[in-house]
Design a protein around this ligand. Structure first.
Ligand code: FDA
Length: 394
């Protein structure tokens, strides 16, 4: 039977970082994964270019029942620390928006860097190795794998959340953590498109592909970014961001003209160009296909002169843009969600080392924990930071 100082289950962003750090410190480490290839989410992330961090990543960019939990790890291994590694490996990168960093070439550059580092420090990687049995022993843990039984003193759960089951996502970390007494903050899909049904879906039919800049708000939480109509509902960065804060039944307020008072603009146009047709005025505010749909829904002929529209009718037009308040029917769920909101409750996990306070020797890192970042590189940064922190303690 082979024995290790540390076995890390999950060869994703968090698990690989953790393995590298522990191996660097001379620990005998193996990272195991049930998938055929490691780091599949890194591979597909950021449209294939991996938005690997955000230089401004700070605790305020994370959702958690325990908002202080992420502070220590983010401080000790922050975005600049990860960027240093990217630079040291000569990986070309660029800012998409200020601080939001992507690879110039391919996400594969990041995967190669991580696998190369793990190998260079003597860490092993075993793929297609599902855990068939897990027992606690006086020295640590015993794991049954298809190729035999292994023992370890430290065990790290790095199997991520539930999003994209087709790529091998499982609730493994949740099950094991619960078995050792940890609570679970009910997981739900985050950074996910909304779905609409009934009349709301009828309203957006034919708008699929129309995009614009919008502001999405739930209560005091607000994001201004790209917005996209889809065949099934609403997407784009602004909607993905707000989806992480949404619970079924809640109203989302969408401003399709952030920074512009649409009603004031239309009233001004009624004064300055009274003979203009509303069908020619509205496309100055929103994309043509959307303006046509708004006129259809409000039963206003496009040839209507703007002078002939009362305040009430202009208000009916702008109500579909500003704020457009709607209750989504649901989300596309884990099938397309970029993250899982919720996860293993952090209250009995050390924020310094990610070690369980209920089961010494057990560590939980990455997305499996109840720490969820905004869209923009924050989730990988949490994976790097939490993986690094655990790696120092193995
Ligand atoms: P991750 O899910 O990466 O890794 C878990 C590993 O565990 C996987 O290799 C899996 O096969 C393995 N595993 C699962 N169950 C197992 C079991 N029972 N036994 C053995 N192994 C098991 N974030 C960001 O910051 N920037 C971005 O650009 C993107 N883009 C993006 C695009 C898409 C399409 C998705 C789905 C997600 C993103 N994300 C992102 C989010 C980011 O990918 C995510 O937060 C991190 O990958 C989480 O890293 P972890 O290592 O915790 O889990």
């Amino acid at each position: 039977m082979r024995s290790f100082d540390a076995v890390i289950i999950g060869a994703g962003a968090a698990g690989l970082m953790c393995g590298i750090e522990a191996a660097k410190r001379g620990r005998k480490v193996v990272v195991i994964d049930h998938a055929r290839a490691p780091a599949e989410k890194i591979r597909i992330s950021g449209g294939g270019r991996c938005n690997f961090t955000h230089l401004e990543a700070a605790p305020k960019h994370y959702l958690s029942q325990n908002p202080h939990f992420c502070k220590s790890a983010l401080k000790r291994f922050g975005p600049w620390d990860f960027l240093d590694r990217v630079i040291a490996h000569h990986i070309p990168y660029h800012h998409k928006t200020e601080g939001q960093l992507f690879c110039d070439n391919s996400a594969k550059d990041i995967i190669d860097m991580l696998l190369g580092d793990l190998r260079a420090h003597g860490g092993e990687l075993w793929l297609q190795s599902p855990v068939q049995g897990l027992d606690q022993t006086p020295q640590g843990f015993r794991l049954s794998l298809p190729d035999g039984v292994i023992e370890t003193t430290k065990l790290v759960l790095a199997t991520g959340g539930l999003s994209i089951p087709k790529m091998g996502a499982t609730g493994f970390a949740y099950e094991v953590a619960q078995r050792f007494g940890h609570g679970l903050i009910t997981p739900r899909a985050g950074l996910v498109p909304f779905t609409l049904g009934g009349q709301k879906l009828d309203y957006i039919s034919g708008l699929s592909g129309v995009s614009l800049q919008a502001r999405a708000r739930i209560g005091k939480t607000m994001f201004e970014d790209g917005f996209l109509f889809t065949h099934r509902g609403l997407s784009g960065p602004a909607m993905l961001q707000i989806s992480s804060f949404w619970t079924p039944g809640q109203t989302v307020e969408i401003d399709l003209l952030p920074g512009t008072d649409a009603l004031a603009v239309l009233k001004e146009r009624r004064q300055s160009t009274p003979r203009q047709h509303i069908g020619n005025v509205l496309p100055d505010l929103v994309p043509t296909r959307l303006s046509e749909r708004i006129l259809e829904v409000t039963i206003i002929a496009p040839e209507t002169r703007i002078a002939d529209l009362s305040d009430k009718r202009l208000s009916a037009l702008t109500a579909l843009m500003q704020p457009w308040a709607l209750i989504p029917d649901g989300t596309e769920g884990y099938r397309t969600a970029e993250v899982t909101v919720g996860g293993v409750d952090t209250t009995q996990v050390s924020s310094q080392t990610m070690e369980s306070q209920l089961c010494p020797g057990l560590f939980i890192i990455g997305e499996a924990l109840d720490v969820t970042g905004w869209l923009g590189g924050y989730n990988f940064q949490w994976a790097w930071s939490s993986g690094w922190a655990a790696g120092q303690a193995l």
